[in-house]
Design a protein around this ligand. Structure first.
Ligand SMILES: [Fe+2]
Length: 154
């Protein structure tokens, strides 16, 4: 009985770490589409494609996080109002985005996410190594995105 109680507690505490990450990943998929659409300038074509490929990654990652929450017995909340309230992703600039500005905006947001996910690892390791392992996998992809963006403006 005590084990069941502590497992429930760990699942809830894990969900408290994963829920804001879910909101961030959903919000970043929207930020990335914003960059994909409003981009302009000489490197339009490769950047337009890069932002779409990144969006696909966010969609796959947030699906993974949402379904991990359910596997832990906690409902996933991907409603737009929840995302708007919980996301820690800074709002994208409005209007057209020249390539370097779009890359800079996405670099900042992707690097911030990487920092937050890295900051969650120890706590997740204590609570639920399976969720930690999932976030490590996502973090590897997020850090790869950050590198690919950084070198665009190098
Ligand atoms: Fe498109």
């Amino acid at each position: 009985m005590k084990d069941a109680k502590s497992a429930k507690h760990a699942a809830r505490a894990t969900a408290a770490v994963l829920a804001p990450a879910l909101a961030d990943l959903i919000d970043l998929s929207l930020a990335c589409k914003q960059a994909h659409w409003n981009l302009e300038g000489p490197f339009f074509s490769p950047l337009h494609a890069l932002f779409d490929a990144m969006t696909d990654e966010y969609r796959a990652w947030y699906d993974e996080v949402a379904e991990r929450l359910l596997a832990l017995g906690v409902p996933a909340d991907g409603r737009s109002s929840t995302v708007a309230a919980k996301s820690r992703v800074e709002e994208m600039p409005s209007g057209r985005l020249p390539g370097p500005k779009a890359v800079e905006a996405m670099t900042e947001r992707v690097e911030s996410l990487a920092k937050r996910l890295r900051g969650d690892l120890d706590r997740l390791g204590d609570l639920d190594p399976v969720s930690q392992d999932m976030v490590i996998g996502i973090l590897a992809g997020v850090e790869k995105q950050a590198w690919m963006l950084r070198v665009q403006n190098a």
